[in-house]
Design a protein around this ligand. Structure first.
Ligand code: CP3
Length: 341
């Protein structure tokens, strides 16, 4: 029997509001810290399918969330395209050579770097109760391209944005190559057992409207069409973080099945502008969860009320922070489980 998360993503208002949290497997959990220390680093964890499967399941065991998200990273795609990938302590991810000064066709693809990820998916799938939905994911081409071009995260993505203006042909080739591999990667995760997938577009908010159409909506529409054709009935959650007023256009034009909302979106506005019955996911401010108390209770209930008459998956508006107290997560679970519309 499919769980309430999958039912909700498919457009049903389930008997309860399902819940999972972005970055739910991670550094706020002592059991994650312990396994990460034992394996020696983040990539070592990701490339050990038994350990990655264990980390994926840790938050399910502790909190009983309705969805388990594959433990991996959006930067596995650049790694499989042939860039070098490192996670340096305290500095975030680094990719090299950077594509602002190195040609895309100078990279040698290493497709076998995707195989251990599929193995993790199969292992998690075998271990989960059928009512817990297994979510796969990938980064959206624009967000992945910002890391591939600049070699690291940046506040305003200026190097990538100026490359997109000054050399749209070269930049378009990068976007196309990412989109094509992402289609294969998502289909591979689904074939290994993922029941729904999420496209993370963390930096979509930095683009001007015409650029948003070209570099966010168009490639996500291509991915969504190709994945849906090969894997009908597998919901695709689009998460265009920072899209703001461009959100309805993204949802209408990409063909994704559900709207992932960040915490800057007013849930009552989203409920008004998105088509009736369109599934939504979100969107508690991660800092409200970090702070806890009355603000957490009121903030969570406001979101539940805004989405009371459409399919809604409760989530944060972005990843859980590493200093979030476990007690606050337990409080949030209890608020969601005890809520009745
Ligand atoms: O949600 C989940 O629990 C699934 C796993 C997941 C990770 N990263 C694990 C991770 C997912 C879906 C991601 C997505 C991701 N990765 C995004 C898009 C979503 C977002 O948060 O905006 C981006 C931009 C990345 C790139 C990335 N990976 C950065 C910038 C960093 C360093 C920042 C940080 O938090 O340390 C990572 C590392 C990373 N990816 C960690 C985890 C659990 C922390 C690794 C560690 O030090 O243990």
């Amino acid at each position: 029997m499919p769980g309430i998360l999958l039912d909700t993503m498919r457009g049903q208002r389930a008997r309860q509001v399902p819940l999972w949290l972005m970055r739910q497997a991670g550094r706020y959990l002592p059991e994650y810290q312990a396994l990460r220390a034992e394996k020696g680093g983040f990539l070592e964890l990701v490339y050990d399918p038994d350990a990655a499967a264990e980390v994926t399941i840790q938050p399910i065991r502790r909190f009983g969330f309705d969805g388990a998200i594959l433990f991996s990273d959006i930067l596995i795609i650049p790694y499989a395209m042939g860039q070098k990938l490192e996670f340096l302590a305290g500095e975030g991810p680094k990719l090299s050579p950077t594509l602002v000064d190195h040609a895309l066709n100078g990279l040698t693809a290493v497709p076998e770097r995707l195989s251990p990820i599929y193995e993790t998916v199969s292992k998690v799938k075998a271990a989960l109760e059928p009512g817990t939905t297994l979510l796969g994911f990938a980064g959206s081409p624009w967000t992945v391209a910002t890391y591939m071009c600049a070699g690291e995260g940046s506040r305003d993505q200026h190097q990538t944005r100026s490359m997109a203006y000054s050399d749209p042909a070269a930049f378009g080739a990068i976007i196309d190559a990412i989109a094509d591999l992402t289609i294969e990667y998502l289909v591979g995760q689904i074939e290994a057992g993922a029941e729904a997938v999420q496209l993370f577009d963390s930096w979509s908010g930095s683009l001007a409207p015409s650029e948003f159409e070209r570099w966010v909506i168009a490639p996500n529409a291509k991915i969504s069409a190709a994945v849906s054709e090969r894997c009908p009935d597998v919901p695709i959650i689009g998460f265009p973080k920072g899209a703001g007023e461009k959100l309805p256009a993204y949802m209408n034009e990409t063909g994704v099945s559900a709207a992932g909302l960040d915490e800057t979106i007013d849930p009552f506005w989203a409920a008004k502008v998105l088509p009736a019955g369109f599934p939504v996911q979100g969107n508690l401010d991660p800092l409200m969860l970090l702070s806890g108390g009355k603000a957490l209770d009121a903030g969570a209930k406001r979101i539940l009320e805004a989405f009371a008459d459409r399919p809604h998956v409760f989530n944060l508006g972005h990843g859980i922070g590493q200093f979030t107290p476990i007690k606050h997560v337990e409080e949030l679970v209890s608020i969601i489980r005890n809520w009745e519309a």
